[in-house]
Ligand binder design. Structure first.
Ligand code: IMP
Ligand code: MG
Length: 180
């Protein structure tokens, strides 16, 4: 599996340190609030489980699955809800936890959808951000790393469902997806 990686962009240690920092910031800013983490399946799950262990204020957690990609490496702009929340979010302080923001289309859609359900607030936390490919201007409230315009895998991110379990973030070799 690591043979398919051209370059390690962010190491396991760098990820760990950043997640601790983000957890501290979130713990301070959500003191006395009604924090509910919404983890975006499947890519956001590894980051979510690491992050919540660093948060010291009470929280609830729920999951949503949305798809904007199918099996390609670039966005189609079409967002589908594959799994909705199980909990009512009215009055809650929502923090959406994502693996990566690329075009921003997925997050823009998700944020608008959640805002229509009457929460107290909705903020966005992502471990990776690819500013070069942004198509819509979404506000990223907590962000781990800005990365260049490369297709990356690992730490939850996949290519056709593989590589999510790599403990680092790496650039996938071009020959792996060159046929598309
Ligand atoms: P956006 O709507 O273009 O911002 O796409 C966000 C979603 O696309 C993420 O949640 C990922 O699932 C996927 N994605 C975007 N860039 C990458 C990448 O470099 N590697 C793997 N998945 C990616
Ligand atoms: Mg994905």
């Amino acid at each position: 599996m690591t043979n398919d990686i051209a370059e390690i962009l962010i190491t396991r240690e760098q990820l760990q340190q950043k997640v601790e920092e983000l957890g501290k910031m979130i713990s301070q800013e959500y003191r006395g609030k009604n924090l509910m983490i919404i983890s975006v399946l499947k890519g956001g799950v590894m980051f979510t489980t690491d992050l919540i262990k660093e948060i010291t204020v009470p929280l609830e957690i729920d999951f949503m699955a949305i798809s904007s990609y199918g099996h390609s490496t670039s966005t189609s702009g079409v967002v589908r809800i594959l799994k909705d929340l199980e909990t009512d979010i009215e009055g809650k302080d929502i923090l959406i936890v994502e693996d990566i923001i690329d075009s921003g289309l997925t997050l823009e859609y998700l944020k608008e959808l959640l805002l229509s359900r009457g929460p107290q607030s909705v903020k966005i936390c992502t471990i990776l951000n690819k500013p070069a490919r942004r198509k819509v201007d979404v506000q990223v409230d907590y962000k781990g790393f800005d990365i260049p315009d490369e297709f990356v895998v690992g730490y939850g991110l996949d290519y056709v469902e593989k590589y999510r379990n790599l403990p680092f973030v790496g650039v996938l070799k071009r020959e792996i997806y060159a046929e598309e």
